[in-house]
Design a protein around this ligand. Structure first.
Ligand code: BGC
Length: 715
């Protein structure tokens, strides 16, 4: 059973400010400074003399990372740190189901708590701007509303365990290339309308207890000590009262770190216990150099007290909260959550001739082709890598569920060894792999091709971007060959990013299956067999080609920049906003996803013809399951303003509801939008403005499947 109804708990730091005052009075200047920087790879010190505990952090965001050495990035070799791996956040976003996000957050929070972590480094809510970003799989897609609605319950779920979520990477870390220095220039409008909303929601609605700064610069200042982003927007405008943590190695200057809102410096150096002193923890920007500025009076002591107060508040919410839960790990319920999220997040992109589902009771020959049928995907990818207690591969899942079929597997291509794990035997060269796969496919009734990307550097992996949008390792050629020998092919793509599909019209079906964690193979078999009726929707656009994507349309200065600066020239037109507005047909649109059933939307109405700024706009829609089996459809409401004094996207997602219906069943669902959420960010007044006049409400089942439109007026 998956419990999803965890009601909001009271903030454990409520009423603790007096205690924080008295602890602060007891502490020396040195003890306070010590709390503002790391003492190891993943911890910061407390004050042993006063019983203030250490603060322990861990990645994040798809499971609790294996124990890392005290002083370097190596694994510590513990044997009690194998965990449940949950699906990547892209998959969670694709479920369009906020209740599942809460269940996910709660389960991962329980695991973090059991592993004695105080801060879980996630969720990541950077916006999907380009399909090349190596880290898109860790984020929640291209739409700020979707990312907001899905991240808030994740945060609630985690924090109910007395473990802080850490919202990252604040902000504009939308590519991995040059992430440690690139300076992003973007308009205020795009900043406020596209890149900030999920962070704002995480702070204001999620009440997140910690935030991680991004590596990159914004308007010439590093995000980890950026005056505008941290002091003004986060701490003043949004009233964030928790602690700001650097990304590991994201601090670059003592005075800025001290004055521009950073609270805890992590990861600046690693050799505190070994040879050189240069990067030793004592020499961090917020260590001895900070102490010196305080002693000279160049930085006011109140600045330090504010940081320590925030850290103590974080502690009263976590490791100094004597009422906090005790956590759980590797229990069946967590596996159930992982499998459910995976099953609901898988997106059926194409399904000609009802190729899927395949009947598990039929005696048939299935050729499972492709390296991703057996490759461990919890390994690699960077800091989100996991030490999963188990990981069911797609091949295992299919073998188990299709026990009446004859299942043959051929790798077809080889990408090289994963970061850790099985090394490909040298005899498997490209030609023999391909020849073997073609032979296996030729004899089969059905071919299931498992390809896509993987977690190696240059694929879906932190620290680098992809070079292009093509499928790597000769997969396009392999698919061409397979199609020649067997035209009954379904493709299952394992990736966290869009890929080009030159073969799209030549295969029967395509399923986008993400990185699914411990239960990957079972979840995939659930959907392939029809045990689970797919209901996932794309959280980002698949363009036909790279230059169809807005960031790439504007050339190098827009992406990846000139090595120093980068300009987000597409402004607010990110993802489907661009495709819609510029009429560039995508390969698969944002919000798209098929079902084994069919649904009809009708009777779209607004509760009133006109609204004022304080109103809720309630849009009702009748949804009928017109197919032969139970299933779920995501009703999506987009809003546009045809006549506006500023350039607008044709439409923007403002509400969605996932509706589950039995065969033949119908229901009326109501989607509510705050009228004020139709505002645009007006650079002339540095604030939000709700334009009066007519707005178009577009209701549909994908950004390119709008079923009904109506007009409303803001007075
Ligand atoms: C990543 C963060 C991560 C941190 C700690 C950094 O390289 O960008 O997301 O939380 O390392 O592993």
């Amino acid at each position: 059973m998956i419990s999803t109804n965890h009601t909001s708990a009271q903030d454990p730091a409520t009423g603790k400010e007096g205690m924080i005052d008295s602890i602060l009075k007891e502490m020396t200047l040195e003890e306070k400074v010590a709390m503002c920087h790391a003492q190891s790879k993943f911890s910061s010190p407390g004050v042993p003399r006063l019983g203030v505990p250490e603060l322990w952090m861990s990645d994040g965001p798809h499971g609790v990372r294996g124990e890392i050495n005290w002083d370097d990035w190596g694994y510590a070799g513990w044997t009690n740190d194998s965990i449940t791996a949950f699906p990547a956040l892209t998959c969670l976003a694709a479920s369009f189901n906020p209740k599942l996000a809460e269940a996910y957050g709660f389960a991962i929070g329980e695991e973090a708590r059991y592993r004695k972590k105080d801060v879980l480094l996630g969720p990541g809510v950077n916006i999907y701007r380009t399909p090349l970003n190596g880290r898109n799989f860790e984020y929640m897609g291209e739409d700020p509303h979707l990312a907001s609605v899905m991240s808030v319950p994740y945060i609630h779920g985690v924090q109910k365990n007395g473990v802080a979520a850490c919202l990252k990477h604040y902000v504009l870390n939308n590519q991995e290339k040059w992430r440690d220095h690139i300076n992003v220039e973007v308009s205020d409008r795009a900043l406020y309308e596209i890149y900030l909303p999920a962070f704002k929601a995480g702070v204001e609605e999620g009440k997140v207890w910690s935030v991680m700064g991004a590596y990159n610069q914004f308007r010439g200042q590093f995000c980890c000590h950026n005056e505008l982003l941290l002091n003004k927007v986060l701490k003043k405008d949004w009233n964030f009262d928790g602690a700001v943590v650097t990304d590991w190695g994201g601090a670059h200057d003592t005075k800025e770190a001290a004055l521009h809102g950073l609270d805890i410096e992590m990861g600046t150096g690693t050799d505190g216990l070994t040879s050189t002193a240069k990067n030793a923890y004592d020499n961090y920007y917020l260590a001895k150099p900070f102490l010196a500025l305080l002693k000279k009076g160049e930085v006011d002591k109140a600045v330090l007290d504010d940081k320590v107060r925030r850290i103590l508040r974080l502690m009263f919410r976590t490791n100094m909260n004597s009422d906090r839960a005790i956590g759980k790990m590797n229990n069946q319920e967590h596996l159930d959550v992982a499998r459910k999220v995976a099953g609901e997040g898988i997106v059926l992109l194409k399904n000609d001739d009802a190729f899927f589902p395949l009947d598990p009771n039929k005696a048939m020959t299935i050729a499972v082709i492709g390296e991703n049928a057996t490759r461990a995907m919890t390994i690699g990818g960077g800091s989100s890598e996991l030490k999963a207690k188990h990981e069911i591969s797609p091949l295992e899942g299919i073998q188990k569920r299709f026990s009446k079929a004859k299942v043959f597997h051929a790798m077809g291509y080889a990408s090289g060894p994963p970061a850790y794990g099985k090394v490909i035997p040298p005899k498997l060269d490209t030609d023999s792999l391909r020849t073997e796969a073609i032979a296996v496919a030729a004899k089969a009734d059905v071919v299931l091709y498992f390809g896509g990307l993987n977690k190696n550097h240059g694929q879906d992996c932190e620290g680098g971007d992809r070079d292009n949008m093509k499928l790597p390792f000769g997969q396009d050629q392999l698919l061409d060959e397979l199609i020649k020998v067997n035209n009954n092919i379904g493709v299952v793509l394992i990736s966290g990013n869009a890929v080009a599909m030159p073969w799209v019209s030549e295969v029967e079906a395509i399923m986008q299956a993400w990185y699914l964690g411990s239960e990957a193979g079972h979840a995939i078999a659930d959907v392939i067999s029809g045990d689970v009726n797919p209901s996932g929707k794309l959280p980002f656009t698949f363009p036909v080609k790279l230059t169809d994507n807005a960031a790439h349309h504007y050339g190098e200065l827009s992406y990846p920049g000139d090595g120093t600066d980068q300009y987000y020239k597409e402004d607010i037109l990110v993802g489907y906003r661009w495709h819609d507005t510029k009429k560039i047909k995508p390969l698969f649109a944002f919000g798209h996803g098929l079902s084994y059933s069919s649904f009809a939307l009708s009777d779209v109405t607004a509760d009133k013809p006109s609204y004022t700024a304080d109103d809720m706009i309630n849009i009702s829609c009748r949804v009928t399951n017109t197919g032969q089996i139970a299933g779920a459809e995501v009703v999506q409401v987009y809003v546009g303003k045809p006549q506006s004094k500023v350039a607008r996207a044709i439409k923007e997602l403002k509400a969605f509801n996932k509706v589950t219906l039995q065969k033949g069943e119908a229901t009326t669902t109501t989607l509510s939008i705050k009228a004020s959420n139709l505002s645009f960010y007006d650079e002339a007044i540095n604030g939000w403005q709700l334009e009066k006049g007519d707005y178009t409400i577009h209701v549909g089942t994908a950004s390119d499947q709008i079923v009904e439109e109506l007009q409303i007026t803001i007075k």
